[in-house]
Design a protein around this ligand. Structure first.
Ligand code: NAP
Length: 360
């Protein structure tokens, strides 16, 4: 049974990624005579969270038109994996199903996709990537720069494209503005610190521990403050003015003080509810009195219904990747057999930067 907090979280997450389920549910498998390829995959066998995750043998998928078959080297560990394993995501595949959102590897085949076999790529799908081979729609496959590793490639797509969508498309962050980032040592948090810097903004990171402060600083935060008392710390750091943008992946208790941190015409970007503390509510007179906005950020629903959008976003990030402004911090790596343990670490709030699983 989901706890009340989990139910609320599900309600929120349902608004965060309205992916087209046919992207994965339409996958065909090589089952014809002489074509039976088997592979290892990380599957949810029961919706009990990380304990219901197993590595099993399944048939290899076969790409259809407009799809690319990728030999997966690394797969990211993502918050949606955790929600999917608990049956709390807006997509509700029936177990058994394969986890895995962000992948990096080499192209096996993708006729007409523009990708040659052997090309190094990253890709993003709603689920199904935590396996030796994965099928990805061509619109969600991105060429990996020469110096970007597979681990970095598997840390990039969802978090960095979300950060760019949040800051640029929804937050309209301008050069010289200040961005306060909650959950700043996590996957979306570190991505936001780096993309904000790439857009010429100053960042203030909010973290809960010393260890997480080190992660945020090395990810490029200009200032780091503690979750306890963050509002007063932000006031001091901004000379009482407040920040132009708050990016919130945490939800719950931080919400009201985040609104209080906003300067006039500031924007609070609602990205996620990792704390599981429930849906924050806003007294809208606060928005009127201070001329501030609360804006929702649902990257998946936006990007996956606009076929050229993700590739355009990737192009926008490439100069930041190549200049080193974007360099995803990989806090931990796991073997494929330990995907469930990685998810448990995420559930226990132990992630530092992005965790990546080695498939081969
Ligand atoms: N809207 C979108 O388009 C979109 C896209 C991608 C992800 N998301 C959502 O964004 C959220 C964050 O994802 P992520 O990949 O950054 O996760 P993550 O790497 O686990 O980071 C989450 C951060 O939240 C903080 N936190 C506070 N309470 C927590 C709790 N009870 N459990 C776990 N973390 C807690 C932690 O920082 P401290 O310990 O320092 O507080 C942690 O660093 C998720 O809800 C995810 O679904 C939304």
């Amino acid at each position: 049974m989901p706890t009340p907090g989990q139910s609320q979280e599900r309600e929120h997450e349902q608004q965060s990624w309205h992916a087209d389920q046919t992207l994965v549910s339409g996958v065909r498998f090589r089952t014809g005579p002489g074509m039976i390829g088997r592979m290892r995959a990380v599957q949810v066998v029961e919706l009990t969270g990380p304990s219901g995750v197993r590595v099993v043998e399944v048939a290899e998928p076969e790409p259809g038109p407009g799809e690319v078959l990728v030999e997966v080297h690394s797969v990211g560990v993502s918050f949606p994996d955790l929600l999917l394993s608990r049956g709390l995501y807006q997509l509700k595949p029936e177990p058994p199903f394969t986890l895995g959102v962000d992948v990096a590897g080499t192209v096996v085949e993708g006729p007409g996709s523009g990708f040659e076999p052997g090309a190094r790529v990253a890709g993003v799908i709603p689920y199904g990537g935590a396996a030796e081979r994965a099928v990805v729609p061509v619109s969600a496959v991105f060429p990996l720069p020469e110096h970007t590793s597979y681990d970095e490639g598997a840390a990039l797509p969802m978090n960095y494209l979300t950060a760019l969508f949040a800051l640029h498309e929804r937050g309209q962050v301008r050069e010289g503005e200040t961005v306060l980032v909650h959950g700043a040592s996590g996957g979306v948090g570190t991505a936001t610190l780096q993309v904000a810097r790439g857009l010429g903004a100053r960042t203030i990171a909010v973290v809960s521990t010393d260890e997480k402060a080190v992660v945020a600083t090395s990810a490029g935060a200009d200032d780091v403050v503690r979750l306890d008392g963050f509002k007063d710390a932000v006031r001091d750091l901004t000379g009482g003015r407040g920040v132009d943008v708050v990016l919130d992946v945490v939800g719950g208790d931080v919400f009201t003080d985040s609104l209080r941190c906003l300067a006039e015409q500031g924007r609070l970007l609602v990205v996620g509810f990792a704390s599981g503390q429930g849906i924050p509510e806003v007294r809208v007179n606060r928005l009127l009195l201070n001329n501030i906005d609360v804006r929702g950020v649902g990257w998946g629903g936006f990007a996956m219904t606009r076929p050229s959008y993700m590739r355009a976003q990737w192009e926008a990030l490439l100069p930041m990747i190549e200049s080193g402004v974007i360099a995803p911090p990989i806090g931990a790596t796991y073997d494929l057999d330990d995907f469930g343990r990685a998810l448990q670490d995420m559930a226990d709030r132990r992630m530092l930067g992005k965790a990546v699983v080695h498939v081969r």
